[in-house]
Write a protein of this length. Sequence first.
Length: 449
Amino acid sequence: MQQTEYSDREDSAVINLRLKSDAELDAWIRHIQLLHYRTMDLTLDRIGSVIDRITSGSIPFKVVSVAGTNGKGSVATMLESIFRHAGYRTGLYTSPHLVHFNERFIIDGNVISNAELLEEFKRVEELRASVPLTFFEYGTAIAVDCFMRNSVDVAILEVGLGGRKDAVNALEADLACITSIGIDHEKWLGSTREQIGYEKAGILRKDQLAVCTDTDLPESVRKVADELSLDILLNGEDFHIDSGATKWNLRFSASRHESDISDLPYPSIPGRCQRDNAAGAATVAVMARKFFDIPDESVRLGLQNARLDGRLQVVQHNPQVLLDVAHNIESVKELKDYLHSNPIAGREFALMSVLSEKPIEVMVDCIKSCIDEWHLCGIHDERGITARKLFRRVQPVLGDNVAVQLHYDVKQAFDVAIAAAGSEDRIVVFGSFLTVGEIIDSYRGDLGS
C-alpha cells in the first residue's frame, strides 16, 4: 500500500478534521442502530409522519420506486444514469451499502459528503422529535430530506425489504418497477413466490405507471394490478428484448403505443440477468416520458455508463478476484452461470460468509460443482454467523473430500486465499454485502472510487 507523508500543518489539520468527522459519523450510526428497540418494525406510521414533517405534506419531485428480490439495485442505478444523461437532477437512494453509509445517498451521480451526511443526521434528529425510527427508516428520512434540500427533479428509491410495509413505500411513487421475484427474507415476507410477490406489489398504486421485469410473474402481482385497474407493462408480454451480437432493441407489443428503441448497448454491469434489468429500466424511462423529455440517446448513454460495484466485478487479475453480492438462491444461480460461461485455467477458490437466516445449504449445493477449495469466514453482526457454525451447516452438503478452511473473519480468509492462489486461479467472494464490502474497501483506490 502506498504511504503518503504529510509535512505541513495545513495537511495535518485536514487529516485531523477528517478523522474527527469519521468518528462523529460512527457515533451517529451507532445512535440510529439503537434508536428503536427492533431492528425491523414493518409499519409505515412512524416514517410517514416524519416524511410529512420533512416535506410539509408536498413532495416537489417525481418518485420512482424499485422493488424486487434481485436486480432492484441494478435497475435503480441504470434509471438514475438515464435520467441524469437526459439532463435532470437526480437523487438515488439504495441499500445496503458496501463500505460507507454515505453510499446510500447519491445526488447527480455523486455520493454525499461526510459534512452533508452529518448535517442530515442533525436535521432528521430534530425533525423526528420523539418518533423512534428504525435504522432503515432513519436512512429513508435522510434520503427524502437530502433530495428536498438538493432540489432534485426525480428520486429513484430502492425498496429495502418487500414493498408493502417498507419505509420507502411511505412515499407515493409516480412510477414503479418490480424486478425478479425469488425466495428471500422468508421470516418477514413469506416462503412462496406468491406470498413474496404480494408484498413486492405493495408499491403499486392506482393510476400509477408500472413495469415488471420478471418473465415468470407471480399471479399475486397480476391480481394486485388488476384490483387497482393498473396499466402495468410486463416483460415478454408488453415489452420484449431483441438481442443482437453487440446491440439489442427494446420492442413493444402491437397493442402498446410506445415507440421502440433500437441499437441499445448491453449493460456495463455483467450478468445475463442484467439484460432484463436494462429492459426494465429502459421501459420505465419510456413510461417516464409522461413527465420528462427523455431522448433515446439518453437511454443508450444511461445504460452504457451505469456502474455498480460488487456485481460480478473483477477487481484483480493473476489471480483473478471476482466479487459478487449473491446472497440468495437465485443470485447464486446467476453467479454459477457466470462461472460456467467464463472459465479459467486454474482452480476456483470460494470465499464465503452469509447471514444466518439465509438458505445456506441450498446456496452451497447450487454452486459447489464450480468450487475446488472453500474458505469460510464469520460475519460478526447480530444477524451473522461464525465460521464454525457455517461449516456445520455446509459440511453435510459438501461431504468429507472437499478442501475447506475456516477463518475468523473476511480479511483473514482473503489473506490466506490470496497467498494460496496461483496466477491462473480465481477467488470468488460472495454471500453478503458485508462480505464483499470488506474486500472491496481494500481495492477502492485502484477502482477510482
